[in-house]
Design a protein around this ligand. Sequence first.
Ligand code: ASP
Ligand code: MG
Length: 401
Amino acid sequence: MALIVKKFGGSSVKDTERLLNVANLVTEDYAKGNDVVVVVSAQGDTTDHLIEKAKEISEAPSKREMDMLLSAGEQISIALLAMAIEKLGFPAVSLLGWQAGFKTNASYTSARIKTVEAERITSELSKHNIVIVAGFQGINKFDDITTLGRGGSDTSAVAIAAALKADLCQIYTDVDGVYTADPRKVKNAVKMDEIEYSEMLELATLGAQVLNNRSVEMAQKYGVELEVLSSLERKPGTIVKEKVKMEKMLVRGVACDKNVCRFSIIGLEDVPGIAFRVFNSLAKSKINVDIILQSVGRDGTKDISFTVPEDQQQDAENALESLKDVLKYQSLIKDNKVSKVSIVGTGMESHHGVAAKMFEALYTANINIQMISTSEIRVSVLIDEKDTDAAANAIHDAFIK
Ligand code: ASP
Ligand code: MG
């Protein structure tokens, strides 16, 4: 007998038919004598629709009320799933985040889990109930509902698996595992049997949409092995773990992110303290800066370019405009028709020529590189957004056969 945590995303519970399918998957494991805890997301596009409703009322609704609103999506799915399971003749109980013991910090709409006080879950399990928990939500020290940020249900599932020391944590989705690239865009993409936490974390952060990056971070921290698998096809998925058995691949996967905007500040004075002023002001506006490039000074001036997530471009632009008088730069260029394409693999640490091979693939496909950034296990390039799919295919074929 094992303790199994199963998480189902929005597409897996989007309508009655899918909910009944999930009820079947869950009760099959329960009927074999296992303890089962289920974490669910809101049905289909519910969260997006709730956000639209809020925007109809106010441009900038308070974050506390956004959390109150968004947490309702998951409340609907847990109740419906519990009913579906009861209909099949099995005992089930649904719990909201706070009932399940999720304590978070106070940051509304992007709260972090502090602890999961799992007594209620454990007591329901000891009464032989299938426990169904609302993902993506918790409660803060003011007894207010909080949410964990978009895609946060994955993190809820990992947190429960860690708190209960579960034997298995399965993340069900509408694809059958983690692929070497997005199979809808890259024709030779293949499913992986296993991937290491560090590689999965990079891929998730760099735009692979299959797992939320915070959930991978937490899984690594607490040593929770994950299986990513399809809720529609019954076959093994991809295991995410510390060390994979197979030979280290130079490049494990290719990820693309179109949610990128590039800024170039042209004609800055070439003196100490300029970069500090620029990035300090962006930091104060809570903007996540990614790739940074500074030109060599010439004739007393220099240029600084950097990228930010597209949804922070307005805040970044405001911050930079307000510096115009202090920094006396000549012009500010903004381009959001760019995307970031990255390769990830722990095998890179001990090999040379990886970046060169990536650049060769781009050159052969006649794709121009605007910016480059690297880490020990990653190389990213910024390119024209229209070249994204061509670049991903060319790079994928160069490294992964
Ligand atoms: N329902 C939330 C969202 O759409 C959380 C999740 O699905 O993980 O972001
Ligand atoms: Mg873009």
